[in-house]
Design a protein around this ligand. Structure first.
Ligand SMILES: [Zn+2]
Length: 292
């Protein structure tokens, strides 16, 4: 009987152990940790694995449909949607019966799945933690708009571009993005990005007022007229009835739902990005990964 070299024996044993552990892991792991299991919106997201599954639903329509079916969202399929020069096929209409989004809206499948995950695992836990109650309505400006990316220059419709001039269309032109301006809590108070976003970490508010919106990306005088320059203990209650203490809670809530969005949507742009986003969060499921 030929002798097996000790190195080969050890290598073989390691290989068998690795295969055994891998098989055991995939057989016994819950689906949320299994990168090959379909994305299920009812299962709590798992680090890394959920991101892989989200990347997959952006590429794979069948996988996205399965995830959407698990979301509990009431939707209608829309075979064809046209606005100006933008013609879309295979989008969904998220129905008004999903009351948390107010009016119905059109969306790509990945955007609809992302929003379902976002509400369940980011917005509502943050609202319970910081506001002591749930969010009953997301206030948004819609999803579908046939327009190029806004970059601070005069907006132009695609048909107005010079011949040969490249036009980079917004993810809104594919109904693949949503602009969120605020969140209405169960007691009726509205947490508004334009009013309550703080550039500095919210915890610093109690002792020192932030230096307002002198952001790197936008002009120094870009603060909107309706935003309060600072939030201090002397800030009077707002029209929505928020007390000064609630300003800090609202800011902490907004910070958490912006940061949490980066784990779900492919691009997240807010007031820290530039002056064009000073009063809303832009979330999309497009090609470019950003979290700002
Ligand atoms: Zn947008």
């Amino acid at each position: 009987m030929p002798r097996i070299a000790p190195e080969i024996a050890v290598l073989g044993a390691v290989l068998v152990a690795v295969i055994g552990v891998t098989v055991f892991a995939f057989v016994s792991l819950p689906d949320r940790y299994d990168p090959f299991a379909p994305l299920d919106v009812r299962a709590e997201p798992a680090p890394v694995v959920t991101r892989l599954k989200l990347a997959q639903i952006r590429r794979d329509r069948t996988a996205c449909e399965a995830a959407l079916a698990s979301s509990g969202l009431k939707i209608q399929r829309v075979a064809h949607l046209q606005q100006q020069g933008c013609a879309l096929t295979d989008v969904v209409h998220v129905a008004p019966e999903n009351r948390v989004f107010g009016q119905g809206f059109h969306a790509t499948c990945p955007l609809a799945v992302g929003l379902a995950l976002y509400m369940r695992y980011v917005v509502q836990p943050a609202a319970r933690r910081h506001l002591g109650q749930e969010i009953v309505q997301v206030q948004h400006l819609g999803t579908f708009a046939c327009r190029p990316i806004r970059n601070g220059k005069a907006p132009r419709a695609p048909q107005e571009a010079e011949a040969g001039e490249p036009v980079q269309m917004s993810e809104h032109a594919a109904a693949n993005a949503i602009d969120i301006v605020g969140f209405r809590a169960r007691d009726g108070r509205v947490i508004s990005i334009g009013k309550h976003w703080r550039k500095d970490k919210p915890l610093q508010l109690a002792s020192a007022a932030p230096t307002a919106e002198t952001g790197k990306a936008g002009p120094t005088n870009a603060r909107p007229k309706n935003s309060s320059p600072t939030a201090t203990a002397k800030t009077p209650p707002t029209a929505a009835g928020l007390l000064p203490l609630d300003d800090a809670a609202a800011a902490a809530f907004l910070r958490e739902v912006r940061d949490g969005a980066c784990g779900i949507f492919h691009a997240v742009l807010g007031p820290d990005y530039n002056a064009l986003h000073r009063s809303h969060f832009h979330f999309d499921m497009g090609r470019y990964r950003q979290c700002r």
